[in-house]
Ligand binder design. Structure first.
Ligand SMILES: [Zn+2]
Length: 353
């Protein structure tokens, strides 16, 4: 069947990324999640939780409350308990410098990276879509989550569940979604370091919990991938992040249209049409925008049918040659410049009036 072109409305998409009005409550069906295998239960850090705790809450009100965005009465600019990482990775290698959009792989290698941002500005708490993560686990799919530092602090249990899952890796999505191109250097630095500090605190807390239960540690090193909020960044921003030890990861396939998922199947088919081996797909794992869970549930079998294999971004980077650009954008250069003006406090605060 013919599917409509994937991304026809970048401003609409971008609006849904971050304009973030209070979403409408919609009827949702509860996804089921299969119980971990006996082996996984016995040895995986994930066995710290029951299947029910990993899945979407049974209670519909709790499920909705977790999934949807909550605006704060007052923006939260407070720092994490640790404002700099104890361990900093060394500067990235020459091959990984710049703004990476996809990875050229060896012929026959059909790996792709599905990535999910967990954006959160100072003005709100953005939630978590457990149905989406359930779908990934059920399909045993790998994925990379770019988590805001404040998001991790707002959702510590969910952040630790992602850390505990060997299918997933985490990257840095700044503390409160700062526009790294317009932010002054000291704010840029805080946005990166506070997130790394929060990640370490949660990882240490998780390892203590695992140790208390006699389970193996998650054995994760420092964050080494960064995703630019609003996709905004240039070669100077990339160099700043590269020197701090981060590879800057964008996407070559924008996976969400910002229109909700009126036709999730067509939407998933459009994503598969746009994907190539080595592609990096941009999606979100909270209600920014809504509807992604159903798209993901339909996307995973389509990928398998085309012979694609999911991989983490780090696995792609290790296997091939990154394709880089000088400026960050959604689908065409300059299509995200509007974000220099939309939110207060360099993109971290409430929407400008
Ligand atoms: Zn974001």
């Amino acid at each position: 069947m013919r599917v409509r072109p994937l991304i026809v409305a970048v401003p609409l998409l971008a609006g849904s990324l971050c304009l973030l009005s209070l979403p409408r409550a919609t009827a949702q069906t509860s996804a089921t999640v299969s119980a971990p295998s006996v082996v996984e239960r016995a040895t995986s850090p994930l066995s710290l939780w029951t299947s029910a705790q990993l899945a979407e809450p049974d209670d519909p009100a709790r499920a909705r409350a977790e999934r949807f965005i909550r605006n704060l009465r007052r923006p939260d600019f407070s720092p994490p308990a640790r404002t700099a990482p104890l361990v900093r990775p060394s500067a990235v290698t020459e091959a990984l410098r710049g703004i990476i959009r996809r990875v050229h792989l060896a012929p026959g290698d059909r790996r792709v990276a599905i990535t999910f941002d967990l954006c959160e500005r100072a003005a709100h708490v953005t939630g978590y879509d457990a149905r989406l993560v359930d779908a990934l686990r059920q399909a045993d799919a790998k994925a990379t989550f770019f988590a805001g530092g404040k998001w991790m602090r707002s959702h510590p249990e969910r952040a630790q569940q992602l850390m505990a899952d060997s299918r997933f890796e985490l990257g840095n999505h700044s503390w409160t979604h700062a526009n790294m191109l317009t932010a002054p250097p000291d704010l840029r630095r805080r946005q990166v370091d506070w997130t790394a500090g929060e990640y370490e605190l949660l990882r240490e807390g998780l390892d203590r919990r695992l140790d208390a239960r006699g389970l193996p540690s998650v054995a994760r090193g420092p964050l080494t991938l960064f995703r630019l909020p609003y996709g905004r960044g240039d070669s100077g921003v990339a160099a700043f992040l590269n020197d701090l030890g981060y590879a800057v990861i964008q996407w070559d396939v924008v996976g969400e249209t910002g229109r909700g998922d009126a036709d999730a199947q067509a939407h998933a088919e459009a994503i598969v049409e746009a994907i190539r081996p080595g592609s990096i797909v941009l999606l979100h794992a909270n209600a920014v925008p809504q509807g992604t869970a159903e798209v993901v549930r339909r996307l995973l079998p389509l990928l398998a049918a085309r012979g694609y294999v999911t991989a983490t971004v780090s696995e792609l980077l290790a296997a091939g040659r990154p394709e880089t650009v000088e400026d960050g954008y959604f689908t065409t250069p300059g299509d995200n410049r509007i974000y220099d003006e939309v939110f207060e406090d360099y993109g971290t605060g409430p929407r400008r009036r």
